[in-house]
Ligand binder design. Structure first.
Ligand SMILES: *Cc1c(COP(=O)(O)O)cnc(C)c1O
Length: 411
């Protein structure tokens, strides 16, 4: 039996994982053993610049010392009380997060998908109690290309066959329309519509941005029709796009924020729905819950994660470094590159060929990114990344997209 402290080779570890772990991911074949800021190290001691940040969960950088201190300090005191009793971290977490969001109430959960489920439940119940929708008739409008998590309800309204196929039957009550198409949203709305659930930028779909003005017009339409606007900012929120929330780019304040990922800086799963009293008050005792949701360890870590984001001005860094990085990407010229785009430090290089061979070539050069939707390279480094690291990343991109070193898409 192998000790957990022994360090077998990457190849040996990959073999064990392939044998004993379910194959629901197709990771790049490197095995990370350490992380520090924007950099990680594999078991052979090679360093890599992390340009994915665990899908924006590690915005504060790997193993941030303040988060580490909070985690260990809180873990030595108390970690889990359940909500059967109160703990001394939850009140501060709720107050600090609600204040940051300019909202009134917080409902803590653990994973992003659970927070989305919570928002769906809140919206439906709000529809029945506040809008008079007949029982079990509430409808939520969602968008083609959405990604809101992996529960059966959520994958049921996905437009991606790989997320859905073989997992039905699915929950009714969702209507899907093209992303960014306000006329389609308007046409889909009726007296039974309680909410529109959207990502302000569809990151998983390939960093797809709606047309300028769409979010503003959607907000106006939702207000006019008395429909809740639910912004899934799990990936785009907390600074990733160069503003606190991606909705801020259009001056839009949704009725609910759904948050996760960077909310805990990658140390611990913490998610939340942040909204107004009239929305979250639809939950009374016994109507919703989670054993781990609101636990003191998660709350303490999340409080520090938010403090780090603010004190280290990660939102501003994201805006500045992202604008610079985008300008650099725009100078890349290669026949396989169809487009570059992004906002803050969520950037994309869209190709006309599969992106995987390019991601593998970049990995060989010490730069980690992961293809999304086959042909898109998403670049989303931790927001603590240094400009010289990004300049180095641009060099690696130039090398890989140099005409001489053309990567075969057949690889
Ligand atoms: C990651 C993500 C989720 C799901 O979060 P999990 O913690 O993986 O359940 C939901 N919505 C968006 C936009 C995400 O990026």
């Amino acid at each position: 039996m192998t000790s957990i402290h022994a360090t077998p080779s990457s190849a040996a570890l990959i073999e064990i994982e392939e044998q004993w772990g379910a194959h629901n991911y197709k990771p790049l074949d490197l095995v990370i053993t350490r992380g520090d800021g924007a950099w990680v190290m594999d078991v052979e001691g090679r360093s890599y610049l992390d340009c994915l940040s665990a899908y924006s969960a590690v915005n504060q950088g790997h193993c941030h010392p303040r988060l580490l201190a909070t985690l260990t300090e809180q873990a030595s005191r108390v970690t889990l009380t359940s909500r059967a009793f109160r703990n001394d971290q939850l009140p501060h977490f709720c107050e600090e997060l609600a204040s940051l969001c300019g909202m009134e109430m917080v409902l803590p959960m653990n994973t992003g998908a659970e927070a989305v489920e919570t928002a769906i439940k809140a919206a439906r119940r709000w529809g029945y109690t506040h809008k008079g929708i007949p029982a079990d008739m509430a409808n939520i409008i969602v968008f083609d290309g959405n990604f809101h998590g992996r529960t059966t309800t959520i994958v049921g309204f996905s437009s991606e066959s790989s997320y859905r196929d073989g997992f039905g039957p699915f929950a009714p009550g969702f209507t899907r329309v093209p992303f960014g198409d306000l006329a389609a949203v308007r046409a889909a709305m009726n007296a039974h519509t309680c909410a529109v659930l959207f990502e302000p930028i569809q990151c998983e779909a390939g960093v797809i941005m709606p047309p300028d003005g769409f979010l503003r017009e959607l907000a106006a339409l939702c207000k006019e029709e008395n429909v809740l606007m639910i912004a899934d900012e799990i990936q785009t929120g907390l600074g990733r796009t160069g503003r606190l929330f991606a909705c801020d780019h259009e001056g839009v304040k949704p009725d609910m924020y759904v948050l996760g990922k960077a909310l805990s800086g990658g140390f611990y799963p913490v998610s939340a729905v942040v909204s107004r009293n009239d929305v979250l008050s639809v939950f009374g005792p016994g109507t919703h819950g989670s054993t781990f949701g609101g636990n003191p360890l998660g709350c303490a870590v999340a409080r520090t994660a938010l403090a780090v984001m603010q004190e280290e001005q990660l939102v501003e860094r994201s805006a500045e470094l992202g604008a610079w990085m985008l300008s650099q990407l725009q100078t890349l010229s290669h026949p396989d590159i169809v487009a570059v785009r992004g906002r803050g430090l969520i950037l994309a290089i869209e190709l006309s060929v599969p992106a995987r061979p390019y991601c593998e070539a970049l990995m060989q050069r010490g730069m980690l990114c992961k293809e999304t939707h086959d042909t898109v390279i998403r670049l989303a480094p931790p927001l603590v990344v240094r400009q010289e690291d990004l300049a180095w990343a641009v060099e690696q991109l130039r090398a890989v997209f140099g005409r001489e070193q053309h990567v075969s898409s057949a690889a």
